[in-house]
Design a protein around this ligand. Sequence first.
Ligand code: ZN
Length: 308
Amino acid sequence: MRSSCAPYKGCYQKGGKTKKTKKTKKTKKTKKKQTSFFAGGCFWGIEKKFSGLKGVLETQVGYMGGDYEDPTYEDVCSGQTGHMETVKVTYDPRIISYPQLVDFFMKIRDKKYYEPKSQYHSAIFCTDNQRGKLRKNKAKLLPITKFYVAEDYHQKYNFQKPCTKLDTESFDVFQKICKNNSRNAETKNKGKYLFDHTKGIYSCACCGTSLYDSEDKYDSGSGWPAFSASLSDDRLLFNPKSKEVRCAKCGLHLGHRTFDGPTKTKIHDCINSVCLSFDLKKTHIKELTEKGKAWAEAASLDMIQRTK
Ligand SMILES: [Zn+2]
């Protein structure tokens, strides 16, 4: 299955161009993608916190540090394999440095004491180079060993909160497209809000967080609602690698972002209608009533008297 923007030529071309530039620059400058590994208690919560951090491109949970091949979750829980629940964090070092990631980890890790080599034991798995970047280490540093990716049902486990203000045009489609999905899109040209130009605010259909203003909605010709800007960047989680856009508050999948939009920023958020809810914009009262006019006149006369 393709992502919501994938069927358009523009998206493909844009993506292709960006990749080419990356490749040519890669040899001269700092790598745009680096990897780090952290074990800090239950990996569900640690992954969730890292996935919302600016500069983090991708997260994955798994097992590291043991001496048993290809362990399952049950194996690790038995305490006999020596693996720790570990989060692989891929990040952009131009946005966040390794020491900054470590500082963040020190704040969010489970501070309870667990025996070394127990699944919740806390440690940073690092290369010699990474070790050299850390001045004061309060955490245990261990060499990186083989990372075994955990079972699918552990990935992004803690990311999606239950919906508190569920309001969607189709519950069935919502469950399929917005919940626990990051790739599939609603059927093209079928979304309720695609051709709607009423003035208002589009919110997350799950938690009600206001995300987009109708002023920034435009017809991209793609078959899905398109926005050239969000109400505020920190209300969205954007994964530059997968291009996925999620609600930052509840983790709901919304759609994908490309950079072939009509404004200066080029932002083109291609969003599934079914993952949004819509509220009419409240119009401000501009016209004064007769009573209001009389009050305003009296107030202005009063001010003149006082300043004489
Ligand atoms: Zn939400």
